[in-house]
Design a protein around this ligand. Structure first.
Ligand SMILES: Nc1ncnc2c1ncn2[C@@H]1O[C@H](COP(=O)(O)OP(=O)(O)O)[C@@H](O)[C@H]1O
Ligand SMILES: [Mg+2]
Length: 313
């Protein structure tokens, strides 16, 4: 539904996006993740035809994003910008009616479309609210409803959870899932990986204008983690167990905390059983052995090479 071929937009000085090959199949939620300044908004603007590429091409449902196809592209895409106009002096209904007219939706259909869009974003109760009175989370819902008015096949949402509190983020996640369930293809951006990663079928991680990893969250974490982290619990004999672990081929580190030993293991999953067998044969009573869950935040920082803690907002 969304495809790019070596899409490039060069702003000079190494800024912009370079040689991007994206592929977003119909009906998927694609998470476009990268730190601030990585080029997410630039990519999104290229896909919507708001910025022209320096080279390369972009396609929405097979239609190339070029000025001659503007009308067709606009019909297919619902775009939620990272910052959208406020139109404070209007009610939510007036705001959406205004955009229905802009989308050339026939007057007779507008009311139905507006109500359907608000239903999908759980914002029906806001119909008569003044836009000025809405919280950030409510505004995001109304903004999302606006993108749905013309019933586009593709939704492109730039930082839809940006600035939302945790509760509003969970609601946004549910709304996005609901939109996928009614058949939309959704691309959303975020500078915080774990924020919306759980709803994404595929994520692409962008760094300095280049896609550095792409796949399901599980695939990416697996690929990036060269080493397994094992946590072993033993019933007594901790120092002896630590020594045995360190002697085992592939064990880089083994540190004890209480009756648990945390092991950094460069071997394969298949040989974890051999390590366990070695300990048991040496008289160590192993009470549990598990693999530590990868920390998404850590994975993101590893890929983007950014070791500062991700900002929370
Ligand atoms: N119109 C522009 N002219 C020059 N540089 C730009 C322009 N738009 C974006 N940039 C630069 O391109 C880079 C990527 O920006 P952007 O796409 O907004 O990143 P993100 O959305 O991932 O935070 C940044 O370094 C930004 O300063
Ligand atoms: Mg941005």
């Amino acid at each position: 539904m969304i495809r790019t071929e070596n899409l490039t937009r060069d702003f000079g000085g190494g800024r912009g996006i370079i040689g991007l090959n994206l592929h977003v199949p119909k009906g998927t939620i694609y998470g476009y993740i990268g730190p601030n300044g990585a080029g997410k908004t630039t990519t999104i603007r290229l896909l919507c035809g708001l910025v022209r590429p320096s080279s390369g091409r972009a396609f929405i449902n097979g239609v190339e994003v070029i000025p001659a196809h503007t009308a067709a592209i606009k019909r297919m895409i619902g775009f939620l910008p990272d910052i959208f106009g406020v139109y404070d002096q209007m009610s939510v209904w007036e705001y959406l009616d205004f955009f229905s007219a802009a989308y050339r939706i026939p007057p007779k259909e507008r009311d139905t479309r507006i109500r359907e869009a608000l239903r999908l974003t759980d914002a029906t109760y806001m119909l008569d609210y003044q836009v000025v009175s809405l919280s950030r989370g409510m505004r995001q819902r109304v903004g999302l409803a606006k993108t749905l008015l013309h019933d586009p096949e593709v939704l492109i949402l730039d930082e839809p959870a940006g600035g939302l509190d945790p509760h509003a983020r969970i609601e946004m996640r549910r709304t996005i899932e609901r939109l996928r369930d009614v058949g939309k293809t959704i691309m959303l951006s975020s500078h915080i990986l774990p924020e919306l990663a759980s709803v994404c079928d595929v994520v692409g991680i962008l760094k300095d204008g280049r896609l550095v990893a792409q796949g399901s969250v599980a695939e990416i974490t697996d690929k990036l983690r060269e080493k397994l982290i094992l946590v072993l619990a033993v019933d007594g004999g901790v120092p002896h167990a630590v020594r045995l672990c360190l002697e085992f081929p592939g064990v880089d580190e083994a540190t004890a905390a209480g009756n648990e030993i945390r092991i950094v293991y460069a071997g394969t999953r298949a040989t974890v059983a051999d390590l366990n067998a070695r300990l048991v044969q040496s008289g160590i009573r192993v009470t549990s052995l598990r693999e530590e869950e990868p920390d998404l935040e850590q994975v993101f920082l590893t890929v983007t090479g950014d070791h500062a803690p991700a900002e929370n907002g």
